[in-house]
Design a protein around this ligand. Structure first.
Ligand SMILES: CC(=O)N[C@H]1[C@@H](OP(=O)(O)OP(=O)(O)OC[C@H]2O[C@@H](n3ccc(=O)[nH]c3=O)[C@H](O)[C@@H]2O)O[C@H](CO)[C@@H](O)[C@@H]1O[C@H](C)C(=O)N[C@@H](C)C(=O)N[C@H](CCC(=O)O)C(=O)O
Ligand SMILES: Nc1ncnc2c1ncn2[C@@H]1O[C@H](COP(=O)(O)OP(=O)(O)OP(=O)(O)O)[C@@H](O)[C@H]1O
Ligand SMILES: N[C@H](CCC[C@H](N)C(=O)O)C(=O)O
Length: 544
């Protein structure tokens, strides 16, 4: 039976469960959630004393004394894995009526009497239950949630640096990784499920973390993953097309994000910091407004009305930039940023406005921002070649357009873009990405991203359609090369001094998922290798 995990592993890296778990009676959870208490397995040994010390919704993640949340899903019902969870030491189960039936009908009945909390929609109560089991740890620290279509990871990294720079102990939860005071904990989702999140907060509390910055995806908001968290600050970056496979339309997508700001929502942050550059931001700021004068702070890099505004931006040859952030009382901060691109000025302005709202020392926060690079976000690959080579995570139309525009401004030469679209994700964005790539690049090579369970040729065909539908006079050359390594090779062979090669869509990812199997693939390594093989000796502009 798997033992309770430690909040620190033998190598000193933080674990994913607290070391000092608290026991919560199953009857208390029934009362808290309104779930009905039933019993399955051997009759006669029911004990109202049953307690749980942790919770998970993946049977494979269960350790002794856990509550197993057996949820209905799109692919399967968690109750199918109840026997496995009990074998790993779960002492109780949370499920719905269908789950209870599945457990009762299972070939292998539990060899003891097991309490089952039955709720019509267990996902709706899982956040509160998880918070309770772990002692409501998010209330012991200042939590900042960042949402929006693009810029969450970048803004989080900038803010994490500001928090550390200002002398606090930061926690970070996001797409690339979870970090506890700078030490890594791997993460599979941008925003983990509620049981994992509250456990992480409990570990962070044990390790003395005082300020947490976390990315909050629209999936998380819609699926209740952040329920039970008390957010001090909610930050909004922007909204553009993505995830319309999961959300019915843009309005529903907006409403999911709005859960972090809507005064009616149970996960509403106490303060909102909103970038009002786009119309969705302006709507979000209006929605978040209450009678409290400090409920919303607005920030803008455009002409939009806002309390915090960005003044003139100076861009150096290497793309790094400086700008002035001007506040409501005329106070102004000179900001230096290593990250290139106008959109990163927006990310940095948002990060700083949040850090001021969080009470961080402004000078220290501003200083810290100037040191930040983000893995796989406009990450330069330099092997001494005479053209600029960049890996970026743009995998949606607006992001692709933004990063191409940034790089176009940065080089005197031409732009090559290697990009594809992911399988089992918003199919509507594929043609738009093809269009953005074809309009922006002198050479667009349409390739595979993570096809997942889809036919890669069909995904490429959609991206290609968007690309070739752009009139020839308005676009560059378009090629289709399915093999991603070969596509990168072709872009590198094409590049001349002063050009830029952008490999977009996978950023920090280190695998390519094809038919359920993740094959090792890191754009940064492959691009570096191709430059080494085909573009060496270019310090003087030549090629092999
Ligand atoms: C649409 C979505 O987010 N679905 C999530 C949801 O799936 P689901 O409800 O359909 O569950 P299911 O796979 O049918 O499984 C049912 C239950 O059985 C359990 N189970 C299932 C199999 C097993 O072997 N053992 C087991 O215990 C599962 O934990 C679950 O509780 O619950 C599952 C359990 O946590 C998640 O794995 C799954 O995320 C899928 C894999 C996913 O890819 N999600 C992505 C789209 C996502 O959430 N992305 C956002 C970022 C988006 C962005 O901004 O870019 C994120 O926050 O990461
Ligand atoms: N503020 C922004 N506006 C538009 N595009 C942006 C912005 N910030 C970043 N991007 C683009 O989006 C890509 C992803 O950026 P980042 O990882 O910071 O966003 P994210 O919201 O975390 O994305 P995801 O939800 O896909 O994980 C970048 O590589 C860049 O191309
Ligand atoms: N969090 C995003 C990541 C997409 C990354 C891209 N490389 C792809 O596979 O589409 C998602 O799950 O939609």
């Amino acid at each position: 039976m798997p033992n309770r995990l430690q909040s620190s592993n033998s190598d000193g890296a933080p674990g994913t469960r607290p070391t000092q778990p608290v026991a919560t009676a199953i009857t208390a959870l029934s009362e808290l959630s309104g779930a009905r208490l039933e019993w399955v397995g051997q009759p006669g040994s029911q004990s109202s004393e049953v307690v749980v010390k942790g919770v998970d919704l993946r049977a494979q993640g269960i350790v002794s004394d856990d509550l197993f949340a057996a949820l209905p899903g799109a692919r399967t019902h968690g109750a199918q894995f109840a026997v496995d969870a009990l074998g790993r030491g779960a002492t109780a189960i949370l499920t719905d009526e269908a789950g209870l039936e599945l457990i009762e009908a299972a070939d292998k009945a539990p060899d003891r009497s097991v309490p089952v909390l039955v709720h019509p929609n267990p996902r709706d109560v899982l956040g509160e239950i998880s918070a309770e089991i772990y002692g409501r740890p998010s209330e012991k620290m200042q939590v900042v949630g960042i949402t929006g279509t693009s810029g969450k990871t970048t803004t989080s990294y900038l803010l994490e640096a500001a928090i550390a720079g200002a002398g606090r102990k930061p926690g970070l939860v996001g797409t690339i990784e979870t970090r506890i005071d700078g030490r890594r904990v791997p993460s599979a989702l941008t925003t983990p499920e509620a049981p994992q999140l509250h456990a992480l907060f409990a570990v962070m509390a044990e390790q003395g973390i005082d300020t947490v910055v976390m990315e909050v995806s629209s999936h998380a908001l819609a699926l209740g993953r952040v329920d039970g968290i008390r957010f001090d600050i909610g930050a909004f970056t922007n909204l553009s097309q993505d995830h319309l496979d999961f959300h019915r339309d843009f309005e529903e997508y907006f409403q999911a994000k709005a859960r972090l700001f809507d005064p009616e929502s149970t996960v509403r942050a106490e303060h909102a910091v909103v970038c009002v550059d786009d119309v969705w931001g302006r709507r979000m700021a209006e929605l978040a407004a209450t009678d409290e004068s400090d409920a919303v702070t607005t920030v803008s890099t455009s002409t939009a009305e806002a309390e915090w505004k960005v003044g003139a931006v100076q861009v150096a040859e290497d793309g790094s930039q400086t700008f002035e952030l001007v506040g409501p009382d005329g106070q102004s901060w000179p900001v230096s940023l290593r990250l290139p691109g106008r959109y990163n000025v927006a990310n940095a302005a948002l990060a700083l406005t949040v850090s001021f709202a969080a009470g961080l020392d402004p000078d220290a926060a501003v200083r810290a921002l100037g040191t930040v690079d983000v893995p796989g976000r406009v990450q330069r690959i330099d092997r001494g070649q005479s053209f600029l080579a960049v890996v970026d995570y743009a995998h949606k139309p607006a992001a692709l357009e933004a990063v191409i525009a940034t790089l176009r401004n940065q080089v005197p030469g031409r732009v090559a873009v290697v990009v594809g679209a992911g399988g089992d994700r918003d199919a509507g964005k594929r043609t738009l990405m093809g269009e953005a790539g074809a309009r922006g690049a002198d050479l667009l090579i349409v390739t595979d991203d993570n096809p997942r369970t889809e036919d890669p040729a069909k995904i490429r065909a959609s991206v290609m359609r968007g690309a070739v539908d752009v009139p020839e006079s308005e676009r560059g050359e378009v090629r289709e090369v399915g093999d991603r390594a070969l596509a990168i090779e072709q872009a590198v062979r094409w590049a001349q001094p002063g050009d830029v090669v952008l490999v977009a869509g996978k950023g920090h990812e280190v695998g390519q998922e094809i038919d359920g199997v993740k094959h090792p693939f890191d754009d940064r390594e492959v691009l570096g290798e191709m430059i080494g093989r085909f573009a060496i000796n270019t310090a003087h502009g030549g090629k092999q």
